[in-house]
Design a protein around this ligand. Structure first.
Ligand code: PLP
Length: 389
């Protein structure tokens, strides 16, 4: 009888281990290979099956990582890709065909938007952006040829939470495929398949890798969607590097602890910033004052350490530059999900949004709380806010 693996912590500790095949060593080795040899020409022709056929198509290292993620999400299939962005593009291409219409939230992650805008029309796919909080009214955007409803909750930079059950139900009634970027919630804090989504994509670069030293992506699904993900990745020649896959698998072991701590720190800093004079609003769905808090509470198991602040518009750019550059705990930088706290200013240009974001006028600052002590993080953010004029 296989052992029952009941809780997420236990899964994270056990998934992907292969001591029986590897001399008792629990972690699967890093297989670096292009070639996988056959015993006979018949096997090489595919007449006799073998588990792995070509390095780019799969190795025990990629298999261990992908199976672990599939199991965390409770789905049949997962592919791994060399970045979060390539997971997004591969997954979208697994659905796309000439003549389709696809819908994306206006709060779509910027690089995904660049892919969608620059590549899909060239393939004869018509794209449109919808207001991220359209929720059940998404049906008004559906056309007879809509093939994909893409979701991202919360949205990038502006952190809108979407009513995913309402949106996926509307899409399902017309056989429209739904896909969600779940990099913020992850399999641990946002059960997107239970909420009706067909395909999940995630930048494993963030919380799964967790140490700012990996570029990695995943896309996972059941049934035909899962098969199409695999076929598309193979057709495109998409494969993640073996070291990154190993780091992704290793990251899973501590992911729950890191994610919980980072999320707790984020809420502490968000609460501390909430009452500050320089701040108009805090874009964190986990705060009871947040307009999306009810849906967040209903659908999420927890938050993460990434959120935004809207600063008063009269604050000068010079003083923002000086106050942020003087910070001692937070580094200025993109990406997130690692151990170190990061801060940046978000510039929401027309290229990034075609609809006006539903936000008060002001400067948007994106904060990521890593694993330093939250007292140090709070002190750094409050000193920065105190320095604004
Ligand atoms: C929400 C979201 N999705 C996807 C990505 C892309 O990840 P990667 O940098 O691994 O391509 C990012 C990166 O910042 C992100 O924030």
């Amino acid at each position: 009888m296989p052992k029952k693996i009941p809780e997420i912590e236990t899964k994270l500790a056990h998934l992907g281990l292969s001591p029986k095949e590897n001399f008792g060593i629990p972690n699967p080795p890093i297989y670096r290979t292009s070639t996988i040899l056959s015993d006979t020409l018949a096997q090489h022709r595919g007449e006799i099956t073998k588990k792995f056929s070509y390095g780019r198509v799969g190795t025990p290292t990629s298999h261990a990582f992908e199976q672990s993620i599939a199991s965390l999400y409770g789905v049949e299939s997962c592919i791994s890709t060399p970045s979060g962005l390539s997971a997004i593009s591969t997954a979208i291409l697994s659905v796309a065909k000439t003549g389709d219409h696809m819908l994306f939230p206006d709060s779509l992650y910027g690089s995904a938007r660049r892919f969608v805008v620059s590549m899909l029309p060239k393939m004869g796919v018509d794209i449109a952006f919808y207001p991220p909080r359209i929720n059940g009214d998404i049906s008004t955007f559906f056309k007879s040829n809509t093939s994909l409803l893409y979701l991202e909750s919360p949205g990038s930079l502006t952190f809108e939470i979407q009513d995913v059950p309402a949106m996926t139900a509307a899409a399902r009634s017309l056989s429209i495929t739904t896909m969600i970027d779940n990099t913020w919630g992850t399999a641990l804090h946002y059960p997107v398949f239970e909420l009706g989504t067909d395909i999940v994509v995630e930048a494993a670069t963030k919380y799964i890798g967790g140490h700012s030293d990996t570029n990695l992506g995943i896309a996972a699904a059941n049934g035909t969607h899962g098969k199409e993900l695999r076929r598309t990745a193979i057709a495109l020649g998409i494969c993640a590097g073996p070291e990154d896959l190993y780091l992704g698998l290793r990251g899973l072991r501590t992911m729950k602890l890191r994610l919980s701590q980072s999320a707790e720190n984020g809420l502490a800093v968000a609460r501390a910033a909430e009452g500050h004079d320089a701040v108009i609003s805090v874009l964190h769905p986990g705060l009871p004052s947040n307009r999306d808090h009810t849906i967040f509470n209903r659908d999420f198991v927890g938050s993460c350490g990434l959120f935004g602040l809207v600063l008063k518009p009269e604050i000068s750019q010079t003083s923002i530059d000086a106050a942020i550059e003087a910070m001692s705990v937070f580094y200025i930088g993109d990406s997130w999900g690692g151990y170190e706290s990061l801060i940046k200013q978000a510039h929401i240009t027309e290229k990034l949004r075609s609809l006006r974001p539903d936000l008060p006028e002001g400067h948007i600052i994106r904060i990521y709380t890593g694993l330093e002590h939250s007292d140090d993080q709070m002190a750094d953010v409050i000193t920065m806010l105190d320095g604004l004029r």
